[in-house]
Design a protein around this ligand. Structure first.
Ligand code: HEC
Ligand code: HEC
Length: 189
């Protein structure tokens, strides 16, 4: 696009961001990066931002993929890092902005793709919890698991530890056929 159109488009995007807290993902790139979190490859994800995200948001727990929560939830989480589930997870301002943009651009509801779409559809108009593990889709998908497999399982401890059971979680693979619950073995239903 020519320079003038670019400026106009950028201004519209910026004002949308300001009024709705919603960033516009740039169609093809946005789709490719969302897709890559949930399918096999990783093109389209900015390696620097991803490395930054894994470093800053993966030091205390698994670095949850942006497509697992809607933008509004990420926004709330990023605005309250000083009181983050009882911990202080504050970031330097530059890192905060990079990570916020990365999360918002790739959040569920941003692009028309499988798992993030299902998460949004299942939630419907219900209030948004701060946790992935309290989203309706998550609760429904994990309703067959017993306490002794999760909370009372010393090798798992909490549903928040996705990668303790989903062996491909780091690659964004959450298929129910790729689950191995420590102490219980492969999930077979
Ligand atoms: C200082 C440690 C620490 C850092 C750094 C940290 N977190 Fe957390 N986070 C926690 C704790 C503790 C919990 C609650 C875990 C639990 O209940 O098992 C949590 C939970 C979460 C959850 C909810 C998980 C669920 O149960 O569904 C999300 C989402 C999350 N963090 C995102 C982030 C993001 C994004 C960042 C980076 C900006 C970040 N965290 C950095 C400590 C941290
Ligand atoms: C205690 C082990 C365990 C933990 C921890 C866990 N899951 Fe799961 N998850 C499962 C099992 C088992 C299934 C399949 C359930 C079924 O088929 O009834 C599943 C199913 C899913 C599905 C649906 C997959 C499909 O093929 O339909 C998604 C998505 C998912 N989990 C995401 C997550 C995320 C994200 C986290 C972390 C926030 C997480 N899970 C934590 C065991 C776990």
């Amino acid at each position: 696009m020519n320079r003038m159109n670019f400026i106009v488009a950028s201004a519209i995007a910026a004002s949308l961001l300001a009024t709705t807290g919603v960033a516009l993902s740039s169609d093809d790139d946005g789709k490719k990066s969302l897709l890559s979190w949930f399918e096999r490859s990783t093109p389209g994800i900015d390696p620097v931002e991803t490395r930054l995200y894994s470093k800053e948001c993966g030091s205390c727990h698994f670095p949850y993929q942006p497509g697992l929560l809607p933008a509004a939830t990420w926004e709330t989480l990023m605005n309250n890092l000083d009181d983050h589930f009882g911990e202080n997870a504050e970031l330097a301002e530059g890192d905060l902005n990079s990570i916020r943009n990365f999360l918002l651009n790739n959040a569920a509801g941003r692009a028309n793709y499988g798992l993030p779409n299902k998460i949004m559809a299942a939630q419907g108009d219900r209030p948004l919890p701060l946790r992935i593990t309290e989203m309706r889709y998550f609760v429904y998908e994990h309703s067959d698991l017993k306490r002794n497999m999760v909370e009372d399982n010393p090798q798992v401890k909490s549903f928040s530890n996705c990668d303790n059971c989903h062996q491909g979680a780091k690659q964004g693979l959450y298929d129910e056929h790729d689950v191995n619950i420590p102490g219980f073995g492969r999930w077979d239903d």
